[in-house]
Design a protein around this ligand. Structure first.
Ligand code: ATP
Ligand code: MG
Length: 394
């Protein structure tokens, strides 16, 4: 039993001592059985939210309308959710009504896949009503109950199935797969942010090529932003080997294969509601990927991309022969940013090289580029002389 559960045991015990049931549920139970590291420990209980709150000193109402109360315990937060059923799914998204119930069985029934519908009790007993343990053993993602009904209730579950297949290296069971094929178009009803999260997790999974392939096979790719126009490129990605480690790499791989300019990347990723910081990194990484593909990477390209995006481009390229020495070349650049120039605009003015004017920015840009290209040494005297020559030529 992992230490995360061990540390949370007093919480289960306290709820049980008050006469309620409490279990560990969800991903942490699944991942423990798979011997994977667990992140958050979720607890399900027969106690109602007000009852949970009355038992603990420090709680936060993180999702009280859905029955979730966070218990703060020595710096760790535990989400404790009352057993519930869901009803009134409208627009194929989250239910608009949850009903609290006292039965574990009812709560497990509303969960998405058998592998996610296991409950672990304080004494180590596992409640497995839908064959989740056997499916873990067989490495199968299977909807709880009728897949058609379940995907109709909440279309995001289709993307979750693909995400788990990739993360866990599991197969999607036939009826569940057929349900996804049949209902793929319902994904358009889901907020892009939610598909985004699952798509990125899928692309970062150990078996992402397979996850992406399932999106093609089931037509899910036609119901997320932009991908439907790039089937041949997506097939090429499926056939390649890639092992990505962050979100910027995911989008850069796609943007590179799609042949996107900075402007196209921006429009592509805005449709996916991607954070601006990530969009910026993707543009820089993709530009570098094009230079790498042309075997024409200048120091200016590396400087412009920055350390993190040089690393991103190396990982996305996934070909040591093409990227050999790039990181070392980056590390050996004379400067990594403008602030490292050993002269400032103020210095140039003080030394009488020029007066405050719009020219100043141009001179500093010239010095920056010349130092990066190795044409001028980053020493105050060299920089001043170079500035004077530049102004004379101009
Ligand atoms: P992760 O390791 O990524 O956190 P997880 O299985 O814990 O995976 P969560 O999104 O944290 O996934 O959800 C916790 C649990 O809640 C799931 O294991 C599942 O039982 C249930 N669940 C989450 N989302 C859905 C959904 N859309 N439909 C049905 N059940 C869901
Ligand atoms: Mg979780």
């Amino acid at each position: 039993i992992p230490k995360e559960f061990h540390e949370a045991l007093p919480i289960l015990q306290k709820i049980e001592a008050a006469g309620y049931e409490a279990y560990f549920v969800g991903g942490s139970v699944r991942d423990t059985i798979l011997k994977r590291p667990i992140h958050d420990v979720d607890i399900a209980t027969s106690a109602y939210p007000s009852e949970v709150k009355s038992l603990f000193k420090r709680t936060v109402d993180t999702g009280i309308e859905h029955g979730t109360v966070m218990i703060l315990d020595h710096g760790t937060g535990y989400e404790v959710t009352t057993f519930r059923t869901e009803s009134g799914y409208q627009d194929y998204r989250r239910p608009d009504k949850v009903t609290f119930v006292r039965s574990l069985k009812e709560d497990l029934k509303r969960r998405d896949f058998t592998i996610n519908a296991l409950a672990l009790a304080e004494d180590g007993q596992i409640t497995d009503l839908f064959g989740g343990l056997a499916d873990i053993r067989k490495k199968i993602i299977r909807a709880v109950g009728d897949p058609n009904e379940r995907f109709n209730e909440d279309a995001l579950r289709m993307m979750r199935a693909v995400r788990f297949a990739s993360q866990l290296d599991f197969r999607i069971e036939d009826a569940t797969m057929a349900g996804i094929k049949k209902h793929s178009a319902l994904l358009e009803k889901i907020a892009v942010e939610r598909s985004h999260t699952e798509f990125v997790k899928m692309m970062l999974g150990v078996d992402a090529e397979n996850g992406l392939n399932i999106m093609l096979e089931t037509n899910l790719y036609q119901h997320v932003p932009v991908l439907k126009d790039y089937l041949p490129q997506l097939q090429e990605i499926v056939a390649s080997k890639f092992h990505l480690t962050n979100e910027a790499q995911v989008w850069s791989l796609l943007a590179f294969k799609f042949g996107f300019s900075a402007k196209q990347i921006s429009s592509f990723l805005k449709k996916w509601k991607t954070a601006n910081k990530i969009i910026n990194d993707v543009i820089l990484t993709t530009e570098l990927l094009f230079s790498i593909a042309k075997h024409d990477v200048s120091n200016a390209d590396l400087y412009h991309a920055g350390a993190a995006n040089v690393d991103n481009a190396v990982i996305v390229t996934a070909d040591q022969a093409k990227t050999a020495g790039l990181q070392e070349r980056y590390n050996n650049l004379p400067i990594k940013n403008k602030k490292q120039l050993r002269i400032t605009g103020g210095d140039l003015i003080k030394r009488g090289v020029l007066k405050p004017s719009p020219q100043l920015g141009k001179v500093l840009d010239y010095l920056e580029h010349s130092v990066v290209a190795g044409k001028i040494l980053n020493q105050p005297e060299n920089l001043v002389n170079a500035a004077i020559n530049f102004l004379n030529e101009d």
